[in-house]
Write a protein that binds this ligand. Structure first.
Ligand code: 5GP
Ligand code: MN
Ligand code: MN
Length: 464
């Protein structure tokens, strides 16, 4: 049933290998997927089409892998795709939510004490995330430094002129934590890529900064349920019974602007007369355009680093208001939609988490399931990549048209504390919409991609 027209599919019980029949010279794309997890033909088709991309002026796809949270993507590239290219880049293989990432903090607050103040916490956070009580004022110099150099530049400028919520931040702590952000949160961007609203002089209040964003983006308070690798957990500051919070968000309007612009430019730059890629995904091969694209992508990525930092600071400041002087240190912030240099070429991940040797890998389950803190093993065969979640099993549409399936227990919503701006989010993002996280994680442990460090259980989830 998976063998769609024009697609060769093989499965050995562990890995699907797919290829377009029309492109026998394309590298086969491989998907790690245990037999008990669902797979859609459409996603396999998208992956095979990605592997078959090439550019008339040269440049090629060298390897394509997909992680077990693999599922079809709306824009033509499957979520969970990892593509290694040489001489070309594929803006569509990162998508428009550039540098969407998972960020994890822990806090030494007893869970009972936290839950006793649940309502006060929720009211404050709703104000910040949904109703504009946060103050994200930024000096134009801090914004410019952010977009050009990332978090370190932003921090230096902000220390000179702490505005809005930054006046209440412990900026020294943010300095100390900067090595727990992937690549230091510092990419080489170009402020010219910012939408005009961000490029004004003086104090800028950007309405999309420190917002969660729609869909399955979230801020979730969790409890460290179990520690499996004591030494690693200790080194990363994680202990059993701690409170934790996880932020899943990206580059908001900035990423949309850059991503859309460059998907269009890649299409416009396609040589006239050359046959279009059947997938509608256009690679860029011209070296000047490639450089320009990567700079634009990096600019949006820098914005996303700050967006998540502020989302997390709002939790930290609120915990300090309610519980006194809590440190709530950062464990890690690791992006899953990004292009980075790789073996003389590039590696584009779309919904896949870097899993380099000894680096933290954060794999959320759902608002009703376990989330995992893992460590990477740097498995080169898997392109040093792991899943960034459980992966959607049912589309938003099919969830909201479920009819009889709307019973709370069937949706997995029993006991789930979801604080959503839009009521339909609870159904669309219900635990039943996602694959079971257990086999997703276990299959990657079996394949020597990651090892378990700790498990987290949700206490409450904010979704816009
Ligand atoms: P994506 O980046 O593809 O939008 O989503 C990443 C993953 O987040 C999903 O595959 C899913 O496993 C996980 N996820 C979605 N909603 C929630 C939630 O509310 N809480 C937690 N812990 N995980 C979620
Ligand atoms: Mn995203
Ligand atoms: Mn994401």
């Amino acid at each position: 049933a998976l063998a769609r027209e024009g697609l060769d599919v093989a499965y050995d019980g562990r890995v699907y290998t797919v290829r377009l029949q029309a492109d026998p010279h394309a590298p086969p794309a491989e998907v790690l997927l245990p037999p008990d997890l669902p797979v859609e033909g459409k996603a396999l088709q998208q992956l095979a089409a990605l592997a078959a991309l090439h550019h008339p002026d040269g440049g090629r796809v060298k390897q394509v892998r997909a992680t077990p949270d693999f599922h079809p993507g709306d824009s033509g590239v499957a979520i969970g795709s990892v593509v290694h290219t040489e001489g070309l880049v594929v803006p569509g293989a990162v998508g428009t939510d550039i540098n969407c990432s998972m960020r994890l903090h822990v806090a030494d607050i007893p869970v009972d004490a936290f839950l006793a103040r649940r309502d006060a916490f929720v009211e404050r956070m709703k104000g910040h995330y949904f109703f504009g009580t946060r103050d994200v004022a930024q000096g134009s110099r801090a914004l410019e430094a952010l977009l050009r150099d990332g978090l370190p530049g932003w921090l230096l400028e902000t220390e000179g002129q702490p505005l809005g919520m930054a006046a209440r931040m412990e900026l020294g702590q943010l300095h100390r934590e900067s090595d727990r952000v992937y690549l230091g949160g510092a990419l080489e961007g170009d402020p010219a890529w910012a939408p005009t609203g961000l490029r004004r002089e003086g104090v800028v209040r950007d309405p999309s900064l420190a917002t969660i964003g729609g869909g399955n983006h979230f801020v979730e308070v969790q409890r460290v349920e179990a520690v499996v690798d004591r030494a690693r957990a200790w080194a990363w500051g994680v202990r059993e019974g701690q409170l934790a919070f996880m932020v899943h968000s990206g580059s908001r309007d900035m990423g949309k602007h850059v991503g859309r612009t460059w998907q269009e430019r890649a299409r416009a730059a396609w040589p006239t007369g050359a046959p279009h890629p059947g997938s509608g995904i256009f690679p860029l091969a011209d070296p000047t355009k490639v450089r320009e694209y990567l700079k634009a992508e990096a600019t949006a990525a820098n914005y996303a680093f700050l967006n998540r930092l502020l989302l997390a600071e709002l939790v930290r400041q609120t915990l300090r208001e309610l519980f006194g002087d809590v440190e709530a240190p950062l464990v890690y912030d690791v992006p899953h939609n990004i292009t980075l240099p790789w073996e003389g070429g590039w590696l584009a991940r779309k919904g896949a988490c870097p899993a380099e040797e000894d680096q933290p890998v954060i794999i959320p389950g759902s608002m009703g399931a376990t989330s995992y803190l893992m460590r990477g093993l740097g498995n080169a065969k898997a392109l040093a990549s792991a899943s960034h979640g459980a992966g959607r099993a049912h589309s938003r549409f099919s969830m909201s048209r479920g009819g009889a399936k709307h019973r709370e227990e069937d949706l997995g919503l029993t006991g789930v504390d979801c604080i959503a701006l839009r009521a339909e989010r609870r159904i669309e993002e219900a635990p039943a919409a996602y694959k079971p996280i257990g086999p997703v994680v276990a299959s990657q442990v079996d394949a020597d991609i990651i090892r378990e460090v700790a498990r987290l259980r949700p206490l409450m989830t904010f979704k816009a």
